[in-house]
Design a protein around this ligand. Structure first.
Ligand code: F6R
Length: 608
C-alpha cells in the first residue's frame, strides 16, 4: 500500500530517496514526502498527488544531508492532502516518522494525548505514533527505549522509519506485520518497504523481523528484539532481476506483464518439474503433506480466484474435498478445522494482511500450511510451514496478470500430485497431464499474437456500461478473474455470474446493449451455457463467446467469438484468462485511465 524508503551514507540523501519513491510509484498513492537530517535539523518536504509534484518542490529547496526517509501514502486515516502526507513529527520536532500500516488503537491514544494538551496538525494515525515516540524519548532519552515503549502500547500493523533530531547519523526502524527491508551498500545503508526501491543500489538485504527494531548507521545495522536485546542475523542476496522494475520499451507495465505470462508459466513449471516428475522437495513438501483428507485454499482478490479455479481442478483430478475461502472472511469465521486438513495460502506479494492472518489462524489450530507466493523473504513465505514460489518475477502493474498465471501452474502441479498420491491418476494420465501443462506457454503465445483482435473490440465497445461474464464450473472461476480485471482497470461495472444463476434475479439487468461474455471450455456444460447466452441475446444483450477450440457448444447466435487453443479442460483457465486481460487493458487505455495505477487501488494490501 504505502511505500517507505530510507538512506544513510556519504551521498546526498534527497535524490536517492526520490529515486526510490519513483520505483514504488507503481503501488499507487495519493501524496508523498521526504525528510532529511541537515545541518539545521530535520528538513521536510511533502506534496499531494503524483511524485512529480514532490520532485518539483524538493528541487526548489536543495535539501542537504546524507541521512533521510521518504514515503508514498495511500490514505487510510484522513483525506489525501499535503498536511496528512508523511513524514510526521512530534510537536517538539525531536522525532520524525514515516509509517506503513494502521495503528488500530490510535483513537484512544490520540484522545489521551489531546487531553494532556497535545495539538495535532493532521488527521493521521501516524502523527499519533510520532507524538507517542516523541513523548517516550523525552522521558527516557534513548531512541530504542522510546521505540520499544511505543511498540508495547501499539495495536495494529506498522513498519516505521524514524529520524531522531539528536542522532544525526542514524535511522531507526520498527516493524509489526508490515514488510520492511534494509539494503547493504558500501559505506551506505538503504531502507525500503519493497525490494524494487533499492534494487539498483544493492541486492544484499536484511529482512526486519516481526516485532523487531533496528538502528542503522552508514557502516552497518544492528537489530533488536522488543526488549532491546540484540538479534543476530545475516543479510541475504535477493534473486530479482532489476529490469523487472523497468518498462523496457513497453507502453505500460500491465501490457509487459501480460506478455511475460508464457515465460512466467514456463519458468514456474521448470522449477518444479524435472525429468517428467514433479519435485517439491526444495520446499520440504513430501508425500505426507500431499495426502490431506481436506484442502482449504485461502487468498484475496485474484489469488482467491486462482483458488476458485483450483477447487474444481483438484476435486476433479484428485477427488479430495476442497473449500476455497476469502482470507478476510476465513480469519474471523471460527472455521472448523478437520483432522489432516491442509491450508493452502495463495499470495503474489506474500504480504497481504488478511492472507497472513489466515495462515496464522490455520497454524494456531494445528493445520498444516502451504503457501504459494511470488516474493521471496515475504511474511507469508516465512510464516507458512512450507512455501512453493512462483517464478513470475517482480510484478509492478497493480492489476495482477503474470502472478495469477504462475499461481495456476503451481496449483495444477499440486493437483497432479494430490491425484497421484490419492490413487486417482495413473502414470499415463499423469504424464499426459504434465505435457498438457507444458504446452500452455506456447499456446499463450498464439493468443498474445492475436492481441489486435481484443484492442479493436475494446475500441469499438468503449462506451459499454455494464458487462456480465458467465460460465459454469472452472469457466465461472475464469469469469470472476476476468470481471475483476475489467472493473479494476477500466472502471466499467462488471459482474461474474455462474451461468445457471443468472435467471434467478440478475437477468432483470440485461437490456439492449448490455455486454455478456460467455466462457465455454467444458464439453459437459457448454451447451447449457450456450442456452443461457441465447436467453440474454433475446433480451437485447451483445454476446461474446470465449471458447476453447474443440469445445462442443453447438451453434448459437453470439455475434463475436474469441477462441483459445485446445487444451485439456482442467488447464483451460490459463488460456481463457488472456483475452479477458487484454480486453481489460485495451479498454482502460482507450478510456484514458492510468492502467498501471488504477484509482483507489494499491499493490500489496497490508492493511485489513
Ligand atoms: C487484482 C489484484 C488483487 C490481488 C489481491 C491479493 O488484480 O491484484 O486482487 O490479487 O490484493 O494480493 P496478493 O496476491 O499479493 O496476496
Amino acid at each position: 500500500m504505502c511505500g517507505i524508503v530510507g538512506y544513510i551514507g556519504k551521498k546526498q540523501a534527497a535524490p536517492i530517496l526520490l529515486e526510490g519513491l519513483k520505483k514504488l510509484e507503481y503501488r499507487g498513492y495519493d501524496s508523498a514526502g521526504i525528510a532529511v537530517q541537515s545541518g539545521q535539523g530535520i528538513e521536510i518536504v511533502k506534496a499531494q498527488g503524483r511524485l512529480s509534484n514532490l520532485v518539483e518542490k524538493a528541487g526548489g529547496m536543495s535539501l542537504k544531508g546524507t541521512a533521510g526517509i521518504g514515503h508514498t501514502r495511500w490514505a487510510t486515516h484522513g483525506v489525501p492532502s499535503e498536511c496528512n502526507a508523511h513524514p510526521h513529527c512530534s510537536a517538539d520536532g525531536a522525532v520524525t516518522v514515516v509509517h506503513n500500516g494502521i495503528l488500530e488503537n490510535f483513537r484512544e491514544l490520540k484522545e489521551e494525548l489531546a487531553k494532556s494538551g497535545y495539538i495535532f496538525a493532521s488527521e493521521t494515525d501516524t502523527e499519533v505514533i510520532a507524538a507517542l515516540i516523541g513523548g517516550h524519548y523525552h522521558d527516557c532519552g534513548d531512541p530504542l527505549c522510546a521505540l520499544s515503549r511505543f511498540m508495547k502500547q501499539a495495536r495494529g500493523t506498522y513498519a516505521i522509519a524514524v529520524l531522531f533530531r539528536d542522532f544525526k547519523d542514524e535511522i531507526y526502524l520498527a516493524r509489526k506485520d508490515s514488510p520492511m527491508i534494509v539494503g547493504v551498500g558500501e559505506g551506505e545503508m538503504f531502507v525500503a518497504s519493497d525490494v524494487p526501491a533499492i534494487l539498483s543500489y544493492t541486492r544484499e538485504v536484511y529482512y526486519v523481523d516481526n516485532l523487531e527494531m533496528a538502528r542503522l548507521k552508514a557502516d552497518g545495522a544492528l537489530f533488536y528484539d522488543l526488549n532491546g536485546k540484540i538479534a543476530e542475523k545475516q543479510p541475504v542476496t535477493v534473486d530479482m532481476d532489476p529490469s523487472a522494475a523497468e518498462k523496457e520499451g513497453w507502453e505500460h507495465f500491465m501490457l509487459k506483464e501480460i506478455h511475460e505470462q508464457p515465460r512466467a508459466a514456463a519458468d514456474t513449471f521448470r522449477r518444479y518439474v524435472r525429468e517428467g516428475k514433479i519435485d517439491f522437495s526444495e520446499a520440504g513438501v513430501g508425500e505426507e503433506l500431499l495426502k490431506p483428507s481436506r484442502i482449504v485454499i485461502v487468498g484475496c482478490g485474484s489469488a482467491y480466484h486462482v483458488g476458485a479455479a483450483l477447487q474444481y481442478v483438484i476435486e476433479e483430478l484428485a477427488r479430495i474435498p476442497v473449500r476455497v475461502e476469502l482470507a478476510s472472511e476465513f480469519r474471523y469465521r471460527n472455521f472448523i478445522f478437520e483432522e489432516n486438513s491442509l491450508v493452502i495460502a495463495i499470495s503474489q506479494s506474500g504480504e497481504t494482511a488478511d492472507t497472513l492472518a489466515a495462515v496464522r489462524e490455520a497454524k494456531a489450530h494445528g493445520a498444516k500450511t502451504l503457501a504459494v507466493v511470488n516474493v521471496q523473504g515475504s511474511s507469508i513465505a516465512r510464516e507458512a510451514d512450507h512455501t512453493l514460489f512462483t517464478v513470475a518475477g517482480a510484478e509492478i502493474a497493480v492489476a495482477t496478470t503474470k502472478a495469477y498465471s504462475a499461481q495456476l501452474i503451481v496449483g495444477y502441479l499440486l493437483a497432479l500430485e494430490f491425484a497421484r498420491l490419492n490413487g486417482k491418476m495413473g502414470e499415463k494420465e499423469y504424464a499426459s497431464s504434465l505435457s498438457e501443462i507444458a504446452s500452455l506457454p506456447e499456446k499463450m503465445q498464439t493468443i498474445l499474437a492475436r492481441k489486435e483482435e481484443y484492442r479493436a473490440f475494446a475500441a469499438e465497445r468503449f462506451n459499454v456500461h455494464d458487462v456480465f461474464m458467465i460460465g459454469r464450473g472452472v469457466d465461472y472461476a475464469v469469469c470472476m478473474e476476468g470481471a475483476l480485471k475489467l472493473k479494476e482497470v477500466s472502471y466499467v461495472h462488471t459482474e461474474a455470474y455462474a451461468a445457471g444463476e443468472l435467471k434467478h434475479g440478475t437477468i432483470s439487468l440485461i437490456e439492449k446493449g448490455t455486454l455478456v461474455v460467455g466462457v465455454l471450455s467444458r464439453n459437459s456444460v457448454a451447451e447449457k451455457t450456450a442456452a443461457n447466452l441465447e436467453e440474454v441475446i433475446s433480451r437485447g444483450a451483445n454476446v461474446v463467446c470465449l471458447m476453447r477450440e474443440g469445445c462442443t457448444a453447438g451453434r448459437f447466435g453470439a455475434e463475436t467469438v474469441w477462441t483459445v487453443p485446445s487444451v485439456a479442460e482442467c488447464f483451460a483457465p490459463s488460456l481463457l484468462v488472456l483475452p479477458l486481460q487484454l480486453f481489460s487493458y485495451y479498454l482502460s487505455v482507450r478510456l484514458g485511465h492510468d492502467v498501471d495505477k488504477p484509482r483507489n487501488l494499491a499493490k500489496s494490501v497490508t492493511v485489513e
